[in-house]
Ligand binder design. Structure first.
Ligand SMILES: [Zn+2]
Length: 357
């Protein structure tokens, strides 16, 4: 990439980041926030306006003598298709560039998850077709997922998923748009971070399965293999229930949502020890519990908190925070697709990006 283009891309990203943080800003405010000249900020905003990434806003300050109105992310045109693939249901949301304000209200379409890949792709196509103006699709997928390759390696919740090129499957079903695939718990951790809830934490979620994802220094923790965060498949001594992964007594067989209400104090103690071990390994002092774990009865939640506190070194050397939080899946997916479009240097780019210097 030519130096001038690289600088332009850098500035454009900075303007988009400033708008994401502030919601609405004038060209002058953006120039100041990013540290660029007003003409440069104005040029970038004009490009973003032309591409439909941002739109002009009404402002009390606008009027005669004001050269331009403030801008914000476009909130009118559906640009991203968000997909939540789950064991029983698939949920869809068509959202604009503007960050979703309500994580639950956006999921306007859903269908029962069929039992083959081709039937699922057909259902996806039937539900949304190939929307005009759509820029990208992004899916949260359960199981062990290779985000980079867009493939699922293991998934007992959706047995047809492993082996499928999910990215290609989704893209083909909705008009050939670029598609991002993200493991579901990682999606939740990203959403939680974007909601402004911290840069360093381990998110543990109970749903159809049990898993975790670590946010470290504001970035999703990545490992060489795609098994990062899979603490649900740690066997608990003495427990013999067969797990979908082929082992017996995995924590997931005790604490996945369908079984969570029936688990006993010893199971919660085991969960606390396993979560504590993860904290000790990663050097984290903060846990965020979501899904069915966030809905535990107060006494049981207290038991789990005590077990985590008892095994985490952070609690002995300093302090530990254990919070419950709502799932922020739409926010996480939105952030993932937004970042992918900004980061990629091939034709995944936002439509406004230009490579010619
Ligand atoms: Zn297992």
């Amino acid at each position: 990439m030519a130096a001038a283009d690289s600088l332009r891309t850098f500035n454009q990203r900075a303007v988009l980041a400033a708008l994401r943080a502030g919601g609405m800003a004038s060209r002058a405010e953006l120039a100041e926030a990013v540290g660029i000249s007003k003409p440069t900020a104005g040029k970038i905003v004009d490009e973003l306006l032309a591409a439909g990434v941002v739109q002009e806003q009404e402002s009390a300050a606008a009027g005669p003598g004001r050269p331009s109105r403030p801008v914000a992310y476009d909130a009118d045109v559906a640009r991203f298709l968000l997909i939540e693939l789950n064991q029983n249901r698939t949920r869809l949301a068509l959202v604009p560039v503007a960050v979703p304000a309500d994580d639950e209200a956006v999921w306007s379409i859903s269908f029962a998850t069929p039992d083959t890949a081709s039937a699922w792709a057909a259902a996806l196509h039937k539900a949304v077709g190939a929307p005009a103006g759509l820029w990208a699709a992004v899916a949260s997928v359960p199981g062990v997922v290779d985000d980079e390759q867009g493939r699922c390696l293991f998934c007992h919740q959706v047995p047809w998923a492993p082996g499928e090129d999910l990215r290609a499957l989704i893209s083909a079903a909705v008009g050939g748009v670029p598609t991002v695939v993200l493991q579901e718990i990682r999606t939740l951790a990203l959403g939680h971070a974007v909601a402004g809830s911290g840069d360093d934490f381990l998110l543990v979620d109970s749903g159809d399965g049990l898993g975790s994802a670590a946010m470290i220094g504001g970035h999703l923790h990545r490992a060489a293999g795609p098994f990062s965060g899979e603490l649900g498949h740690t066997p608990v001594l003495g427990r013999r229930r067969r797990c979908g992964c082929g082992a017996t007594g995995c924590l997931e067989t005790l604490l996945a949502a369908p079984r969570l209400q029936r688990c006993d104090d010893k199971d919660l103690d085991a969960a606390g020890a396993i979560v504590g071990a993860a904290l000790n390994t990663l050097g984290l002092a903060r846990v965020v519990l979501t899904g069915a774990l966030a809905e535990l009865a107060p006494a049981r939640l207290q038991r789990l908190r005590a077990a985590i506190t008892g095994s985490a070194l952070a609690a002995r050397l300093g302090s530990i925070a254990i919070d419950t939080a709502p799932r922020r899946r739409a926010l996480g997916l939105h952030q993932a697709v937004h970042t992918a479009l900004l980061d990629r240097t091939d034709n995944w780019r936002y439509p406004c990006r230009v490579t010619a210097a």
